[in-house]
Ligand binder design. Structure first.
Ligand SMILES: Cc1ncc(COP(=O)(O)O)c(C=O)c1O
Length: 340
């Protein structure tokens, strides 16, 4: 089976981990501080806190915004990873789903109609494509989520430098993936609130303690090593996108606009109600395609977002591997030919 994604590790990665283990210091330390420095300077942010996952980063960002102000209703994209919903719930807030349009980015008109009722909005660059709404003014604080789009740019500026706060994920399959990890990037005030919530010895007794959420140096070393080769991997994903363009019928290549913007994290194809049958055929052809979103969560929230529901029926994400053998390529190519 051609896997949907496959992190690639080389000797630099294993050496980086071995050095940390050999040093005898594996908890959060020098490596985590170095990762904070590098990402903060890449994204032109004043401060950064490395934490154990992107989900924790979202929850902590919301908790930090809650210090001294009311945060109840949080807008999140309806067609996105369920981690967003769980993070909002973990912060004790109410998630308000915002629908997507055909190109899978937010429906700006519908999002703006909800704006006045929101205390915070989380804007995601979906599947690595650019969400242009991050570059517009909002009447509430914006958390920019670059979990899938790290390394991409908008108007010559890195994504992650737009929202009031941005969050990153270092989960294994992400563009900056190591194993597990996340980061909150913001001003010193927000970051100091976050620091006061993540370590029992230094936690502020007046704030909710949200658990031992620091990033270990083992995870930080792997993420650091991966961040350094992220540009090279982006080039490789771009090459794979071109190769997929050449293997697929034109209508499928054109079925999702803006695919080439951003980090080229996911190659998504779209066809009216086709996802279920495509997945069956692709799996029979040994191609590990997946739904871009496992379950839409709008209905769990008592809402119906027609755009997200239809995207779930229509869309399939094809494998994008930064390193792929010639043997895998020929299985993949033949499988695509048989299916489409
Ligand atoms: C857009 C987005 N935000 C946040 C997360 C959560 O990140 P993590 O898996 O590191 O908790 C994910 C995870 O898939 C994601 O896709």
């Amino acid at each position: 089976m051609i896997p949907h994604s496959r992190p690639y590790f080389d000797k630099n990665d294993t050496d980086a981990i071995c050095r940390v283990v050999a040093s005898g210091y594996t908890a959060s330390g020098e490596q985590a501080r170095m990762l904070e420095q590098i990402v903060k300077s890449n994204l032109c942010r004043k401060d950064a806190v490395a934490v154990d996952s992107g989900t924790s980063a979202l929850t902590l960002a919301l908790r930090a915004l809650m210090v001294g102000q009311r945060v109840k209703r949080v807008g999140i994209p309806a067609y996105a990873c369920a981690s967003l919903l769980f993070a909002v719930r973990a912060a004790g807030c109410e998630a308000v789903p915002m629908d997507c349009q055909m190109d899978l980015r937010l429906d700006a008109e519908k999002a703006r109609a909800l704006e006045d009722s929101l205390d915070v909005v989380i804007l995601v660059h979906p599947f690595g494509m650019i969400e242009p709404l991050v570059n517009q003014a909002w009447s509430c604080p914006v958390i920019e989520d670059i979990a899938q789009a790290a390394g991409a740019e908008l108007d010559g500026k890195p994504v992650g430098s737009f929202g009031d706060i941005s969050i990153a994920s270092f989960y294994a399959t992400k563009p900056w993936g190591g194993a597990y990890g996340g980061m909150i990037l913001a001003d010193e005030d927000i970051c100091s609130h976050v620091r006061r919530m993540i370590h029992p010895d230094t936690a502020d007794f007046t704030q909710p303690y949200v658990g031992h959420h620091q990033l270990s140096d083992v995870h930080a070393a792997l993420a650091l090593s991966h961040v350094k080769k992220a540009k090279d991997e982006l080039k490789r994903r771009a090459q794979q996108f071109k190769w997929l363009d050449a293997c697929l019928p034109k209508a499928l290549v054109e079925s999702v606009a803006h695919r080439y913007q951003g980090s080229m994290y996911r190659y998504i194809i779209r066809g009216q109600d086709r996802a279920k049958d495509w997945l069956l055929g692709l799996h029979q052809a040994e191609i590990g395609a997946e739904r871009p979103v496992q379950r839409p969560y709008d209905q769990a929230l008592g809402a119906t977002c027609m755009g997200a529901q239809q995207a779930w029926l229509d869309c399939v994400s094809l494998p994008v591997l930064v390193h792929i053998t010639e043997g895998e390529k020929s299985i993949y190519k033949q499988g695509l030919k048989d299916c489409f």
